[in-house]
Write a protein that binds this ligand. Structure first.
Ligand code: HEC
Ligand code: HEC
Length: 290
């Protein structure tokens, strides 16, 4: 009887907590629609402000949890300055967000909502921006927007092709373009470097190392998922990838210079670099991508 009562009380507490969360989400959403959507509307053409899809991503990557996310968004939106702005390109193209004299208490609720909302990818915004930048001859900006559009919005079922720069092997079991498939290719290229070292075939070392240095990159959807979950740790993840990239380049260079001693030293450093990333991120990322 007592047990049942405790359970009942606990579940009432849980339900009311969930209801409170729903209520503040709805309140934040309403305030967002009333105060922010005039400009931050992804369907406006020309755009008046960056869509929240990208703003949320950028702020998640710059913060480690919801509290610091809310603080950072609130600090900016109540008193925008160039120094605080994380979105350098929109500031350049649209100008700094004007100080609208928003109430801090309201903006806090809005910021919490922005953190939790699942914004759809702003497909029309990306398409319009791509077309406009292309017409204006701004090819770098055109490419940036077109790539996002192709990755997140295009209905074509074409999967990115895995380009095997190094060792060739058709034993990749993971889905083409997935992070796992890229890793399986890295594993094979890594083994190919080892084998080529043992056979003292420096040309083959150079080819396989090149494959490691210029491995495929995961799809934009996968990257978005990683950024949204790893947040400020994304920098460390990218740095771990950069370390392997540089060591692979060193190996390729040493192999071309017929410098076996350096090849061997760098190859063992590379194994440590691969494992350092696995230790820090592998199991978490497997969870994130599940
Ligand atoms: C009058 C138009 C306008 C309104 C209204 C507006 N914004 Fe903005 N906002 C902009 C523009 C333009 C930018 C892009 C330039 C920049 O980053 O400052 C921007 C950028 C931002 C950014 C990213 C800043 C950065 O670069 O780091 C945040 C966060 C933001 N707005 C939050 C809000 C919130 C929250 C509201 C509502 C309470 C709001 N905005 C209302 C125009 C507006
Ligand atoms: C930036 C981080 C990072 C670096 C650097 C890295 N890996 Fe990985 N690796 C991962 C993650 C994350 C997974 C798990 C992927 C999954 O299962 O979705 C993984 C998985 C693997 C797998 C297992 C694939 C499978 O079939 O389950 C192999 C093999 C592998 N990595 C090889 C390597 C090699 C070789 C290197 C160095 C040349 C390397 N990795 C460097 C992050 C990294």
């Amino acid at each position: 009887m007592k047990k049942i009562l405790i359970l009942a009380v606990a579940s009432v507490a849980m339900v009311s907590q969930a209801q409170a969360a729903d209520k503040s989400f709805a309140e934040g959403k309403k305030l967002f629609q009333e105060n922010c959507l005039v400009c931050h509307n992804a369907e406006l053409e020309p755009a008046q402000a960056p869509p929240m899809f990208g703003v949320q991503m950028k702020y998640k990557m710059a913060t480690k949890d919801k509290t610091s996310f809310v603080n950072k968004v609130t600090s900016f939106a109540t008193h925008p300055t160039k120094e605080k702005a994380l979105l350098k390109m929109p500031v350049k193209v649209l100008g700094l967000m004007p100080d609208m004299g928003f109430e801090e208490a309201d903006v806090r609720k809005i910021a919490a909502y922005i953190h939790d909302e699942e914004f759809s990818p702003p497909c029309n915004h990306w398409k319009h921006a791509a077309d406009r930048f292309k017409a204006e001859g701004k090819m770098k900006l055109y490419k940036k927007h077109q790539q996002k559009y192709d990755a997140m919005c295009s209905t074509s079922t074409d999967k990115p092709k895995v380009k095997h720069a190094g060792a060739r092997n058709t034993n990749i079991t993971a889905e083409e373009g997935s992070l796992k498939a890229i890793m399986q290719q890295l594993g094979m290229d890594y083994a190919a470097v080892d084998e080529a070292i043992l056979k003292e075939d420096l040309d083959a070392v150079a080819v396989a190392a090149h494959g490691i240095a210029f491995h495929d990159t995961p799809s934009l959807g996968t990257k978005m998922k990683l950024m949204g979950s790893l947040r400020s740790e994304m920098k460390g993840f990218k740095a771990a990838d950069g370390k392997v990239h540089h060591l692979a380049l060193d190996i390729e260079k040493a192999a071309k210079a017929k410098d076996m001693k350096t090849v061997i030293a760098k190859q063992s450093q590379m194994l440590s670099a691969c494992m350092a990333c696995h230790t820090s991120y592998r199991s978490r990322i497997i969870d994130i991508l599940k």
